[in-house]
Design a protein around this ligand. Structure first.
Ligand code: FAD
Length: 456
């Protein structure tokens, strides 16, 4: 009998333990299910649908090179897999573990009808492999990272099978074009392909290019004006490379890679948190934040719109928000500044910001997004303090964002390095660029007052 291979956020052929196991058993039917029901309300956002379209096209081509192909179906994962199993006589499903709460529920539902075999490989270490002395999970990143480091390197990545046996007959497949994953009228993703090559080959090319630069990462990663980070996040989210592969390639470069490898551990850390608190994306991890009187979004509507469209009058925030809209990605330093501005200066609930990111980021990831937003808000398990309020203008200066601002806020392109971070203060604001929607001091004081009320 054929076996099913259930692809989700693991769109690769190498170091794919579910594929290896399926291929060793007999004919394989690889299936991708476009499931907007199980994740609700976390169905995939717009930017990721663009990514998914291209990644699936690449995956199908790679499978065809090995004598196989990708079957596309739409619907609730467990219903669809049960249906494909009935059509093909398959009884077993191989898949990689995923830790989003809706995937864990879907796995339970699939296992009611079929023999589901789950494999590791989406993280450096499976959750549960690292425990505190008391047997619990780590809530704090630093000791977690130390414990992970002791178990590194991860197992060596496995090569893709040379051939994948096809079944006697293929079940019907949807046509990718009919899923309409690509935006049209307007095509707001028109510029995405200048920045990204979704798929396993693109991911590996990114790793190869980054290896030459990893030695500069400790300094370069904080400077948004240069491309000093790996830009692997969407590839890692969609599983186009395994973290073990990235680890081994980077660690064998003989450059000082420790700081970079520790960032990869942040990804594991975030996934542990959503295993322990599946509602991390919707509920404050610290309950006192339930009492925070965020501004009502009806009252704050214009401010929220200014933030989303990059018209807050804070050049570094606006540059970031426009980079996000245009490319589906934002530099990490600027994500922190923009998120902090929304939560503190605008006193808007972090969940609204996280939602916007969910729809606009090509790397939108339930664990990474939720944990980082709550970290900035101060409502997370291992949180930054709410009262540590980032000053966007001095951050912009400190991290030399002038060229970054010039690139993304062309209205300010002719301003000097001194004036560009805070055009108003230098009497240099061009008429087409908005005044600050709130002063730094006013925003800061309003946020601190709200925090004090919450704590009372
Ligand atoms: P690099 O610096 O090259 O890091 C390598 C990899 O390590 C990344 O690809 C990522 O997988 C992982 N990583 C790095 N930093 C973090 C971090 N702080 N937390 C978890 N993993 C990390 N990252 C996402 O992948 N998806 C998200 O939805 C997401 N939302 C975020 C929201 C906010 C408010 C903030 C402050 C950060 C968010 N991040 C998110 C984390 C981080 O900004 C991105 O992972 C990083 O910018 C991706 O770029 P890179 O691949 O060049 O990173």
């Amino acid at each position: 009998d054929p076996v099913l291979l259930w692809f989700r956020q693991d769109l690769r052929l190498s170091d794919q333990a579910a594929l290896a196991a399926a291929a060793a058993e007999g004919p394989v039917i690889p299936v991708y299910v476009l499931d907007d029901e199980s994740p609700r309300p976390w169905a995939m956002g717009g930017a990721q649908r663009w990514w998914l379209h291209h990644s699936l096209a690449r995956l199908d081509a790679a499978l065809r090179d090995k004598g196989s192909r990708l079957i596309l179906r739409r619907g609730k994962s467990d219903d669809v897999l049960a249906q494909v199993a009935r059509e093909t006589g398959a009884g077993r499903v191989h898949a990689l573990h995923h830790y989003e709460p809706w995937w864990r529920n879907a796995e339970k539902a699939v296992a009611r009808h079929l023999d589901l075999c789950l494999h590791d490989g989406g993280l450096l270490l499976p959750p549960g492999a690292v425990r505190t002395g008391g047997g619990g999970f780590y809530k704090i990143y630093t000791p977690f990272a130390r414990a992970v480091m002791e178990q590194m390197p991860p197992a060596s990545p496995q090569r893709a099978p040379a051939r994948i046996d096809a079944p006697d007959a293929w079940p019907q497949s949807d046509r990718l074009q009919d899923w309409a994953l690509l935006p049209s009228a307007p095509d707001w993703a028109a510029d995405f392909s200048a920045d990204w090559t979704p798929g396993e080959d693109g991911a590996r090319a990114n790793v190869a290019a980054f290896i030459d630069e990893v030695g500069d990462y400790p300094q370069a990663r904080n400077l948004p004006s240069i491309e000093g980070t790996s830009r692997l996040s969407p590839h890692l989210h969609f599983g186009e490379v395994s973290p073990a592969y990235v680890w081994h390639r980077v660690a064998s470069s003989n450059r000082n890679a420790e700081i970079f490898l520790k960032e990869l551990i942040w990804r594991d850390y975030a996934h542990i948190q959503i295993c322990e608190k599946p509602a991390y994306g919707s509920d404050n991890a610290r309950g006192d934040f339930d009492r925070m009187d965020w501004r009502d979004l009806r009252e704050a509507k214009a401010d929220f719109a200014a933030w989303k469209t990059g018209r807050t009058g804070y050049p570094i925030v606006d540059a970031g928000m426009r980079q996000l809209w245009t490319t589906g990605w934002m530099h990490n330093r600027v994500r922190m500044i923009a998120a902090s501005f929304l939560i503190k200066h605008l006193l808007i609930d972090w969940r609204h910001g996280a939602r916007w990111f969910w729809d606009t980021l090509v790397d939108a990831d339930y664990a990474n997004n939720s944990v980082n937003w709550q970290w900035v808000a101060g409502s997370g398990v291992d949180a930054n303090m709410f009262t540590r309020i980032m000053a966007p203008l001095s951050q912009s200066e400190k991290f030399e964002a002038a060229d970054y601002i010039r690139q993304w806020v062309p209205e300010l392109a002719t301003l000097s390095d001194e004036a560009i971070h805070d055009p108003d203060a230098h009497d240099a604001r061009p008429s087409g660029y908005p005044a600050k929607i709130i002063g730094h001091k006013a925003g800061r004081e309003r946020a601190l007052a709200a925090y004090r009320r919450m704590k009372r």
